[in-house]
Design a protein around this ligand. Structure first.
Ligand SMILES: CCCCCCCCCCCCCC(=O)SCCNC(=O)CCNC(=O)[C@H](O)C(C)(C)COP(=O)(O)OP(=O)(O)OC[C@H]1O[C@@H](n2cnc3c(N)ncnc32)[C@H](O)[C@@H]1OP(=O)(O)O
Length: 215
């Protein structure tokens, strides 16, 4: 991935926020509303919520948005404009309704960390976070940890160990840290903890390779 210029542990101070802050803009407000709809659809009373009308109204909104969509290529250039963090990714992106979104900060010790509480859309086992969602959050967090450390790449391997079920509705701490660099190979580790107990830990192998941003 081509991350361009971005903050690193060398250049920035402890606690630097590395993800895009939600803004008081129409797109962020619309995305937050869509996120709310995702959750409300899962929670609503199937029998009494007039879902026929809901489907009609949501399709109307989708049609309106599609009518105003430029060519995908053009949007891609726009979404990858600038450098460093993006606003569209599925983990931290304020403009992506499937992102929780996770906010990550870089620490002076080289790690990155954030807190997030996941709810019903991320459920796997009853009341617990889906294992694939945990892997998604950690893959991205390790990517950000590599960027913060100053050497990043693409995920070649992600070894995920699920120690105990990861609870929904409780604050989770997600962290990552680059362990070592050996030529193009980058070794990075991370974890998700709840109430101080490790639920998931990962070891990632990243290879220094850039996919250029569309321009
Ligand atoms: C501060 C914040 C800023 C902004 C932050 C935004 C962060 C965003 C974070 C987003 C995060 C999201 C992240 C994502 O979602 S990344 C998306 C998911 N990952 C991919 O799609 C990667 C797909 N695979 C590839 O593109 C290539 O296979 C890669 C790039 C991995 C290597 O292909 P390449 O042709 O370049 O490499 P090479 O063949 O010359 O090999 C080089 C060396 O590597 C060794 N090797 C290779 N593969 C493996 C393997 N699987 N296991 C073990 N070893 C492997 C190989 O043996 C050799 O070693 P040696 O023989 O030299 O000893």
């Amino acid at each position: 991935m081509d991350l361009g210029n971005h903050p690193t542990v060398e250049s920035h101070s402890d606690g630097t926020v590395l993800t895009s802050a939600p803004q008081d803009t129409p797109v962020d407000r619309a995305t937050a509303a869509a996120r709310r709809v995702l959750e409300a659809l899962l929670l609503t009373d199937r029998a009494n919520a007039n879902l026929e009308r809901v489907a009609e109204e949501l399709n109307g909104i989708a049609e309106h948005l599609e009518q105003h969509a430029p060519e995908v290529r053009e949007r891609m250039v726009d979404m990858w404009s600038g450098e460093g963090v993006t606003r569209h990714d599925p983990v931290t992106g304020p403009e992506n309704a499937i992102a929780p979104p996770l906010v990550l900060a870089g620490m002076a010790d080289g790690s990155v960390r954030g807190e997030v509480t996941l709810t019903i859309p991320y459920q796997g086992p009853p009341g617990c976070v889906h294992g694939g969602v945990s892997a998604l959050l950690l893959d991205h967090t390790l990517g950000v940890a590599n960027a913060w450390a100053g050497k990043d790449g693409m995920t070649a391997q992600l070894n995920v160990r699920y120690h105990r079920p990861t609870p929904l509705f409780r604050p989770l701490t997600v962290q990552g840290r680059q362990e070592s660099v050996d030529g193009r190979k980058i070794h990075t580790i991370g974890s998700i903890t709840a109430d101080g107990e490790v639920c998931v830990s990962v070891e990632g192998l990243f290879i220094d390779k850039k996919v250029p941003r569309p321009r």
